[in-house]
Write a protein that binds this ligand. Structure first.
Ligand code: UD1
Length: 424
């Protein structure tokens, strides 16, 4: 199994270009199933999750031509598709559920085995199914009890759907299905993440009639057909936020290119509270951790536009070394403090109580053997390793490969002392 070895590094300096968004490209790839025409997706990051989605679409009958060196994926779902998603692919990636809506539209049916709970929480899909049922989809309850979503529909009809929680995945699946249902659908308490807006823009280019994406109410007038289009995926705001923290924690100065600052308002506000100087320039966002001493701040994760749960663990790495205590409250996932144990191996002395973590701060971290317990937690321990004395050895880095394109290379270009080793 490959590992990362991270040594204490000086201030990270230079510039970094952010890749296309993982969480935007995955639903967009699934939405390409809605047409028999070819869709060309540009700025697709070369990531394990993108690779899994390519294989999943192929297994369903689409022809997929990926050139991830050029960050392009072409998808052509002409002819008959199969409605059965294979478990060996689905179990590799929770986001496989995103094909649910488009498959029902194309084949009238979709069977997708649900992988069990993952490290950060249960991640159920009852909101996806509630929305689909409102559109006229039947769900086989016996199969569901066995962990298989078996959905079928003869006809899809628009409806008003209130989501009890603004689930990103549920909003995306319902949007794709309603785009080709008869009549009008309203999704209330919809997720407002930038990735939802990118998906709506992609669908609208294909011929859909979606309004209000990016607000809490999305209105969709169903259409009969969709056409193939070419699309550029938005930059990855979580990758950008991670490099912002890298500048802050190492007291460095990084120019972040290909970033939409509006997508990172909460993260930028919190970094400024810590003493980070952030300037918008014509070339990108300049993040300077070398001006002020880093001080503590409190964080509460929320659906967008609140502080993103995916930035919680990377940000916590900064709070472990900042001056003064901080409180972090996680409200989106019920079990997203796996990284706390890893930080504590490095001397952070964090205490948790339910969804609340208390970080004493002011710590000089020590290198240790730690585990990337999930994707973002993996990035978080890399950041901590950059300022820890000695060597930090990080295992289970396949999690990091799921979501950060060329992470080691980008960090090394900025002066980080990190390398990937393949263990025998
Ligand atoms: C997406 C992102 C993930 C991010 C998350 C929250 C992708 C591929 N992944 O995941 O990186 O951390 O949004 O911003 O875009 N929930 C229910 N019932 C449901 C659906 C969700 O209770 O039917 C709960 C989940 O258990 C979780 C919360 O809602 O606690 C957020 O989940 P959701 O917004 O659906 O996240 P994902 O779409 O899985």
């Amino acid at each position: 199994m490959a590992k990362f070895l991270v040594q204490k590094s000086g201030p990270l300096e230079g510039d970094v270009t952010i890749s296309g968004s993982k969480n935007a490209v995955l639903p967009i790839m699934a939405a390409a199933l809605l047409t028999e025409d070819k869709c060309v997706i540009n700025d697709a990051p070369a990531l394990r999750d993108v690779d899994v989605m390519c294989r999943l679409l192929e297994s369903l009958g689409a022809s997929v031509n990926k050139n991830l060196e050029c960050n392009t994926v072409e998808i052509e779902a002409c002819g008959e598709l199969t409605w059965e998603a294979p478990f060996d692919l689905v179990k590799m990636m929770r986001a496989s559920i995103l094909v649910l809506g488009a498959l029902i539209v194309r084949t009238g049916r979709a069977t997708i085995p649900l992988p069990g709970g993952c490290a950060i929480g249960k991640r159920p899909v009852e909101l996806h199914l509630k929305g689909l049922k409102a559109l006229g989809v039947r769900i086989d309850e016996d199969q569901l009890a066995r962990g298989i979503v078996d959905a079928s529909a003869d006809k899809l009809e628009g409806s008003i759907i209130y989501l009890d929680f603004p689930s990103v995945g549920a909003t995306e699946v319902i949007m794709m299905t309603a785009a080709m249902a008869e009549g009008t659908t309203a999704i209330e308490n919809a997720a407002q993440e930038p990735e939802i807006v990118d998906l709506a823009n992609f669908l609208n280019k294909m011929g859909a009639r979606i309004k209000g994406a990016g607000t809490d109410t999305i209105k969709i007038d169903g259409v009969d057909s969709m056409k193939g289009v070419s699309h550029h995926v938005i930059p990855d705001r979580i990758e950008a936020g991670t490099f912002m923290v890298a500048a802050a924690i190492t007291k460095g100065s990084i120019l972040i290119r290909n970033v939409v600052p509006d997508h990172l308002k909460a993260v930028i506000a919190k970094l400024r509270e810590c003493g980070v100087v952030i300037q918008m320039t014509d070339e990108g966002v300049l993040v300077r951790g070398d001006v002020n001493e880093m001080i503590s701040t409190d964080i509460k994760t929320l659906p967008y536009p609140g502080f993103p749960t995916d930035m919680q663990s990377p940000f916590m790495s900064l709070l472990t070394v900042a001056k003064g205590p901080s409180v972090v409250i996680e409200t989106v996932f019920e079990n997203r403090f796996m990284h706390v144990g890893e930080f504590n191996r490095m001397g952070a002395n964090i205490k948790t109580d339910g969804n609340c973590a208390i970080i004493p701060g002011d710590k000089e971290l020590q290198g240790a053997q730690v585990v990337a317990t999930d994707l973002r937690a993996g990035a978080a321990v890399v950041l901590a390793g950059l300022v820890a004395e000695g060597t930090t050895e990080i295992s289970q880095i396949y999690h990091i490969d799921r979501g950060y394109e060329n992470f080691v290379e980008k960090l090394r270009t900025l002066g980080a002392n990190i390398m990937r080793v393949d263990e025998l």
